[in-house]
Design a binder for this molecule. Structure first.
Ligand code: MG
Length: 250
């Protein structure tokens, strides 16, 4: 069931979204060669808790950390680890959510660790702009398929692929609400977007094939061909005046 929020609920949700965006910014400040992904996760958790909020992911479905930190060929759901030391040239996708006063915010960004290769940078740029294209299509009266189509068209025109097995989602009082928001699809198909819908749009884009595998830890999701993947996400509200990004740091 799709839950449409009132303007008041959305304005409350903006607090959770701002904390999520700030937590993501904190993570980005620590992405440097030599740091462990576990240390980054600690900084994220500390920041969120200091705001009086709760990390949305910690314990969610048994996830053991506050942020998903996914390096290079890990697409999503990477588990922070004391053994994983970042090195120059890594691309580091951090996904983090915060729960505050009844609502969740959810966002992700792929950070460059030091200087990355030109091809890695191009993948990151394409994914980030793909997210922007998806957001631009999140207009009241459009359909969910218009978002996916906008992302897919932009990404595939640059010879990258869009993950099929994982998709964006509604977000609000629950971290994952209806509807699902695929990053692929047909224009004019799917559920109609209404003012007051709050959704997380989150393209996961691969350098090679879009096929992914989940490792034995039941979380870590990797590209089957071992090539790079990037992931960007914003929580947005569909409004009568157009899409409004809620996960803005500040
Ligand atoms: Mg999400």
């Amino acid at each position: 069931m799709v839950i449409v929020k009132t303007a008041r609920e959305i304005s409350k949700m903006m607090d959770a979204c701002r904390i999520s965006a700030n937590a993501l910014r904190v993570a980005g400040e620590y992405v440097k060669p030599g740091i462990t992904t576990w240390e980054i996760d600690e900084k994220v958790r500390e920041y969120i808790e200091k705001q009086g909020a709760t990390p949305s992911f910690l314990g969610y479905g048994g996830f053991p950390a506050s942020a998903c930190i996914s390096v290079n060929d890990v697409v999503i759901h990477g588990i922070p680890s004391k053994e994983q030391i970042l090195k120059e040239g890594d691309i580091v996708s951090v996904d983090v959510g915060a729960f505050y006063e009844g609502f969740h915010g959810d966002n992700a960004y792929t950070f460059a660790c030091g200087k990355v290769s030109e091809k890695a940078q191009k993948l990151m740029d394409t994914t980030r702009i793909g997210l922007e294209k998806g957001i631009e299509a999140a207009l009241a009266g459009n359909r969910v398929g218009d978002i996916g189509n906008a992302v897919q068209t932009y990404v595939e025109a640059r010879s990258y692929s869009v993950v099929r097995d994982f998709v964006g989602h509604g977000v609000g009082a629950k971290l994952h609400e209806d509807p699902s928001i695929p990053n692929f699809g047909k224009s004019g198909h799917g559920i109609r977007l209404l003012p007051g819908m709050t959704i997380a749009i989150e393209p996961m884009v691969c350098e090679g094939s879009y096929e992914v595998d989940v490792l034995d830890d039941e979380w870590t999701t990797v590209t089957v061909d071992g090539k790079l993947a990037a992931h960007y996400e914003n929580t947005i509200a569909v409004t009568k005046d157009g899409p409004k990004i809620l996960t803005i740091a500040g």
